[in-house]
Design a protein around this ligand. Sequence first.
Ligand code: CO
Length: 215
Amino acid sequence: MESLIKKFLQQNRHWACEKQHDDPAYFEKLAEGQKPVALLVGCSDSRVSPSLVLGGDLGELFIHRNIANVISHSDLNFLSVMQYAVEVLEIQHIIVKGHYGCGGVKAAMQDEAYGLIDNWLVNIKDVIEQHQSELDQILDGQERFNRLVEINVEVQIENLKHTSVYRNAIKAGRKLYLHGWVYDFSTGLIKVLKTDEPGVWEDVLATEPECTALS
Ligand code: CO
């Protein structure tokens, strides 16, 4: 079998060559600096890569990923990313992008021991505990799992609002738009759960996309 690493390196060289061909100044412009408009917090799952799913170009998204897209007030890694994004890069949007079928959320639900990661999943177990009565009312296991994925995104957005970085930005008169999304890897589509920016992009969701399969 062909080495996957070999394939990655071949693809990288091909991609760099194509980019350079399409726009000879492409890499020079990127080297000058970045001005992304959004910070995206997503899950590390290999099936939900934000740049691929959103068709984003380099320089557009500042991304932080961890298991189950958790925003933890004791996570210096995330807080540093957020501070840099908000205060230095001056991003305007923060997107929390969860996904249905999230293994991290499922593991927290099943309450099995996985070792070190159990400490991280305590964040999700807290979410379960806080929303136990709502979850208990959902009899279908799959539906309950899906709802927990959604609740987790909603809770992480609330956690965002409690960070000192967010509070300081608001105090300083900045407007930060928060968005809660859930990606469905069985359809490839994103569902918008929450947004601070109503009325701006909803028409996109109501229109058929331009797609070869539909023409
Ligand atoms: Co996940």
